[in-house]
Design a protein around this ligand. Structure first.
Ligand code: 9MR
Ligand code: ZN
Length: 580
């Protein structure tokens, strides 16, 4: 089809990566005309009546979404009124994407050179290889080399790293067939699946972040963010900063999970991880004076402050029970789930972490006082559909639902399952409320809105795994469509994928490497109208709708940064669709 109206902002929005022949193919039209489908020879093969446009609150657009239904693999042209767009339908639509999303983590590797053989044009020399200093006790100096750069910055943070690895390991456990094993990374071909090879890079670093006493440092960063330079040119000193309860519990959980996954490939590594997890657990039991992390004076890198630790403890208990079968962990996981379930906090319900929970409650009361104007929500039950760095309840739920199964008992078995199913309905409700089928309400576009969207997708997908419901699977699919161009901005949020994809992510190597194209395979945080930079506000004003509050510009960390834990839930979703 030749057409001179193939401008980007025409009236058709599609998944620019290409649709899977076996799945629904949602297309958005912003014009009240029928949608016409032409094959590659230019013959009209289908007509879809327009169901009528509706207002989409989050974007301000008027549109309708149409499912192209069953069409075989091939390339096609869509037309609606004067607009037209090309689409591809494939039998294996998500293989390259899954591959690239995992490979992106390889590009984040710290402490080693990225060689041409594996990195292509995106090479760089080894970075951040100097020993680091303990921020509080400057005489403690340790060499901690490795891990992934967290995001657009070069910091390395334990909790974000732990959840990223957990998303990858659960993707491997649940849909191993969908996790591409052809990443061309240094370990490729060593007999271990590449998704595990890549995750191991971070796991080894997490273990190095453990102190003698069992606690894990919160982060390893400089005292400020580097300018836009290549990582090997970032030579200012790095610090091991403040052990925290959140980082320790997350590390305990992920190391315990990983100890089982890697046992079959490298039993010694599996054992080391479990010992490290158990040492972390002992520290938590003996050190219950929980205080939410805040950057010490003089440190301005990412805080990842988290006022709640009960979700991290819950996840850790689940994973330790799964690895050791010691019922004390099961009992405590039940306690933590129960005390928080109805929003009433009963510290005495806990056998092991009574003091920690008292401290958590105190910290919450203090925060409420401090943020009076913001009206902080009460501490309510663990939200089993959250999988991000600040709320890991859902990771504990994955352990109960898919690893513990019968071993979970009544509370963490049947009760937790029905709780999960109920909560995941909310994600689908949001999909149905949005005309674009994007699972966010207009007031939910925060910094890293992609994480909320992908957590909702994970929740729907898990529901689908448990119930077989197609509406849930399709709800999850729509979130992947969103990330690949079926959105108001007509933009693929994944670098290197789609006809119009993000060009200027807030990612230091992409900005400093002298190569026009950004490093491929990264998803950006996306529209954010809630915690927005003044510069972004100035540009977009008050009137721009939330789902359009986005700038494809390097300085806009608030809308256009990348992060390892934004890639990883998409790995989970893409691996599922790739496994079908
Ligand atoms: O993902 C974090 C987001 O939830 C916060 O709102 C934001 C502002 O504090 O920080 C994000 O995390 C950033 C971290 O602090 C430093 N590395 C880059 C992260 C992604 O923007
Ligand atoms: Zn580095």
């Amino acid at each position: 089809m030749s057409d001179n109206n193939t401008d980007r902002f025409n009236s058709i929005r599609v998944n620019q990566n290409g649709y899977s022949a076996q799945l629904p193919k949602f297309v958005a039209v912003l014009e009240d005309s029928p949608l016409l489908l032409y094959d590659h020879k230019g013959d009209l093969i289908r007509q879809y009546p327009n169901p009528g446009l509706k207002n989409d609150e989050a974007s301000g657009d008027r549109l309708a979404v149409i499912d192209l239904e069953n069409i075989p693999a091939g390339s096609y042209t869509l037309r609606c009124g004067d607009s037209s767009k090309e689409i591809i339908v494939k039998d294996k639509a998500y293989a390259e994407l899954t591959d690239a999303l995992i490979k992106a983590l390889y590009y984040q590797r710290c402490g080693c050179a990225l060689e041409k053989k594996h990195a292509g044009i995106f090479t760089h020399r080894a970075c951040h290889t100097a020993p680091a200093t303990d921020w509080d006790t400057k005489t403690i100096v340790k060499s901690i080399i490795g891990g992934w750069h967290d995001a657009g910055d070069f910091g390395k943070y334990v909790s974000p790293g732990a959840v990223t690895v957990a998303h990858m390991l659960y993707a491997y456990i649940l849909f191993g067939d969908g996790c591409c094993d052809d990443l061309n990374i240094p370990e490729s071909g060593n007999g271990t699946p590449d998704i595990l090879n890549e995750a191991r890079w971070e796991l080894e670093w997490i273990m190095k972040m453990q102190r003698e006493d069992g606690a894990f440092y919160h982060k390893l960063t400089k005292d400020h963010f580097a300018p836009f330079i290549m990582p090997e040119d970032d030579l200012d000193p790095e610090y091991m900063i403040a052990p925290t309860h959140n980082a320790t519990a997350d590390a305990v959980a992920v190391l315990s999970l990983a100890s089982r996954v890697y046992a079959k490939f490298d039993p010694d590594f599996g054992k080391d991880m479990l010992s490290s997890a158990l040492a972390g657990w002992d520290w938590l039991v003996k050190n219950q004076e929980f205080v939410p992390y805040m950057n010490p004076e003089g440190v301005r890198t990412g805080p990842y402050g988290d006022g709640r630790v009960s979700d991290e403890l819950f996840w850790a208990c689940c994973e330790l029970y799964a690895s050791t079968s010691d019922s004390k962990y099961l009992k405590e996981a039940e306690n933590l789930y129960n005390w928080a379930k109805d929003g009433t906090q009963k510290p005495d319900g806990s056998d092991i972490f009574k003091t920690m929970i008292e401290k958590e409650t105190e910290a919450h009361e203090k925060a409420k006082e401090r943020f009076k104007n913001w009206k902080m929500p009460e501490l309510t039950g663990l939200d089993l559909t959250r999988f991000g760095w600040s709320d890991v309840s859902g990771l504990g739920a994955l352990c109960c639902l898919f690893v513990l199964k019968e071993k979970a008992g009544k509370v963490l078995g049947d009760e937790l399952k029905s709780d999960f199913l109920k909560r995941s309905e909310e994600a689908l409700e949001r999909v149905n409320e949005s005309v674009y089928r994007t699972s966010l309400r207009s007031d939910e576009y925060v910094w890293g809105s992609i994480l909320s969207i992908m957590c909702n997708a994970m929740a729907m997908l898990v529901n689908h795994l448990l119930t077989g419901r197609e509406d849930m699977r399709n709800g999850a699919l729509s979130q992947l469509d969103y990330s690949l161009g079926l959105n108001s901005l007509d933009l693929s949020f994944v670098t290197g994928f789609g006809t119009y994809s993000v060009q200027n992510p807030h990612h230091r190597p992409s900005g400093a490497d002298g190569i026009d194209a950004p490093v491929p395979g990264f998803i950006v945080g996306g529209p954010n109208k809630r915690w927005t930079y003044p510069e972004t506000k100035q540009r977009l004003g008050e009137e721009t709708p939330a789902a359009r509050y986005y700038l494809d510009e390097t300085p806009s960390a608030d809308t256009n940064e990348v992060a390892i834990y934004w890639n990883s839930p998409v790995i989970f979703i893409a691996a599922f669709f790739n496994s079908l």
